[in-house]
Structure formats: structure tokens, C-alpha cells
Write a protein that binds this ligand. Structure first.
Ligand SMILES: C[S@@+](CC[C@H](N)C(=O)[O-])C[C@H]1O[C@@H](n2cnc3c(N)ncnc32)[C@H](O)[C@@H]1O
Length: 300
């Protein structure tokens, strides 16, 4: 295996050491029916822990080195980016959920998989001092970075909580809006995530979610690739299945809108993870035939 890929996979030490020595990797259960949910979470957490600590280009949103330009390309305006601390933009997003959410002053907003706080800071400026934004992320390094960003920038109406989106550390019927940006595809238990979303929303509350979904099923090779999973490709599900999962939670008036092909992997990417994913496609295939950015709305 290419040395740069092994370096990039430093977060999966045992696996990387073995493969770098030319040994066969252990059977990979990611994406398979026998997928171990805890093991998947551990891999994702370790990967995003490294990204929070400065490792570049190994997660979702692997397009290009300029995080600001990348954010503009997925729907953020210059004005919006001015209110978000620069360090909170790790170029890990796939849309702008706040553009969907129509946030109002005084509202309580929950961001699933808040990363370094990117959308939380934008939402905080919209809901004002009478409102509040809660970011939940399972990666301690992300939470630390987000709290640090809030402190340095004097933002007082945000709170970052360490926790899983499958077991939200949030009270029943307590939030007006649940938003999320490029995270739910990474969950090995999407029905459980939406069950939790329904539980924490106030009656009449709404969701504004940006994520990645599939136009057609990925090959087994990609589904079982750890790199593709961490890169927000391998864990994606078909658009129709996504809609069914959201509806099954009890949310009403569910609307899933395709926002165009996913820019999560540039065909000319130099990123080793991105290239490794592209390498498992057949010659005539492009990732954009499979993966799209979606917006998901719905009400409790
Ligand atoms: C692709 S990043 C997106 C971060 C942020 N939403 C943004 O747009 O910058 C995914 C984030 O979700 C978190 N995450 C992934 N799976 C999670 C889970 N099951 N529970 C909580 N957080 C999770 C990761 O730690 C990471 O910070």
C-alpha cells in the first residue's frame, strides 16, 4: 500500500502498521450486515480527532486547501463567513443547514456533529442572546476545539456537549430546531439518530439537515472501505431509504431535496483518502454518478 495512504490512516494504527508491512488487513466489517456499530464509531471518532488536531484532508469535504472558498462553493455567503471564527471552518461540511432553518431570535437550536462549531456560531448570531445553540459531538478533540473557539471569540450563547447523536445528551421536547451538516451519513444507526431527533424536538419543532445520500447503490468494495466510510461516502444510503428513515421517526411533512452532485471528492484530488476511494470505481464510473448533497426538512 502507498506510504502516504498509510500515514493518513494513522488513526487506525494497528491496521495501518499491518498494511504498511504488506500484511493483509483484518476483515473489514464496515458497511457489511455484520457491521459492528461501536467499532465504526471508534474509527470515525479517531479519524475526526486527528482532523481536529490539524490533520488535513482526510474526512468529508476533502475539496481543496482553501476552507473559505470551499464554504462559499457549498452555499455560505461572504457575510455569513464573517460571523464564523476562521478556526471553526475545517472544510468538513456539505451544505448550509442554517440557510434552510429560517432561525428566529430566542430559538433553541441543536447541531448534531458540531465539529469545531462552524454552523453553531452562525446559528448563535441568528438566535441572539435570548436564544441558545447546543452542539453535540462524540469526538473530545472537536469539543475542545469548539469550546476554545467560543471562548476566544466571546460567544456566550453556545454550549458544546460531548455525546453521541444516537444517545443525545439533551432533554425531551426541549429544542426548536435540529440542524446537522454532513454527519448523519457517518452514523451506523441512522434510525436511532432520527428517533432521538424526534424525542428532543418540541412539538412543532423542525429539522434542517444537510447531508450526503446516494442516487444508486455503491459497490460492495466501496461500502466495505474504511477510507470511504470516514470520507462520508461509504456510510451513505439511498435517497429514498433516507426519506423512509426520517418518516419512520414520526416526523411529518418530510422533504428531501437534492442539491446537486456531491463535491466531497474532487476528481483531481491529491488527497490520498480521496484518491483511494476513486480508485475502487470502475473505469467508466464517476463518484458523482452515485453521491449527491441533500437537504432534509421536517416537523414534529
Ligand atoms: C464531517 S464532520 C462535520 C462537522 C461539522 N458539522 C461541520 O460541518 O464542520 C463530522 C463530525 O461529526 C462527528 N460525529 C460523527 N459521528 C458521530 C456520532 N455518531 N455522534 C456524534 N458525533 C459524531 C465527528 O466527530 C465530526 O466532528
Amino acid at each position: 500500500m502507498d506510504k502516504t495512504i498509510c500515514d493518513c490512516l494513522g488513526f487506525m494504527k494497528e491496521w495501518a502498521e499491518k498494511c504498511c508491512k504488506g500484511e493483509k488487513p483484518p476483515p473489514n466489517k464496515i458497511g457489511s450486515e455484520k457491521m459492528d456499530k461501536k467499532e465504526t464509531q471508534k474509527i470515525v471518532r479517531e479519524a475526526y480527532g486527528k482532523i481536529a488536531q490539524g490533520q488535513k484532508n482526510c474526512g468529508c469535504g476533502t475539496c481543496g486547501p482553501d476552507a473559505k472558498e470551499f464554504a462559499k462553493s457549498i452555499g455560505y455567503s461572504e457575510e455569513e463567513l464573517k460571523v464564523i471564527p476562521e478556526e471553526a471552518n475545517l472544510a468538513l461540511s456539505c451544505g448550509n443547514p442554517t440557510a434552510l432553518a429560517n432561525l428566529k431570535e430566542g430559538e433553541i437550536v441543536l447541531d448534531l456533529g458540531s465539529g469545531a462549531g462552524f454552523d453553531c456560531f452562525l446559528a448563535a448570531s441568528r438566535v441572539g442572546q435570548k436564544g441558545k445553540v447546543i452542539g453535540v459531538d462524540m469526538t473530545p478533540e472537536m469539543i475542545e476545539k469548539a469550546r476554545d473557539n467560543a471562548k476566544k471569540n466571546g460567544v456566550e450563547n453556545v454550549e458544546f456537549r460531548l455525546g453521541e447523536i444516537e444517545n443525545l445528551p439533551v432533554a425531551d421536547d426541549s429544542v426548536d430546531v435540529v440542524m446537522s451538516n454532513c454527519v448523519i451519513n457517518l452514523s451506523a444507526d441512522k434510525p436511532r439518530v432520527f428517533h432521538e431527533v424526534y424525542r428532543v424536538l418540541k412539538p412543532g419543532g423542525r429539522i434542517a439537515i444537510s447531508d450526503i445520500a446516494l442516487l444508486k447503490q455503491l459497490s460492495k468494495k466501496i461500502q466495505e472501505s474504511v477510507k470511504a466510510y470516514v470520507g462520508c461516502v461509504g456510510g451513505t444510503i439511498l435517497i429514498d431509504d433516507y426519506r423512509k428513515v426520517v418518516c419512520a421517526s414520526g416526523l411529518k411533512d418530510v422533504k428531501v431535496t437534492v442539491k446537486g452532485s456531491s463535491s466531497c471528492i474532487d476528481p483531481d484530488t491529491k488527497d490520498p483518502i480521496g484518491s483511494a476511494i476513486l480508485n475502487v470505481l470502475e473505469e467508466s464510473e464517476s463518484l458523482q454518478d452515485y453521491v449527491v448533497n441533500i437537504y432534509v426538512e421536517g416537523y414534529k
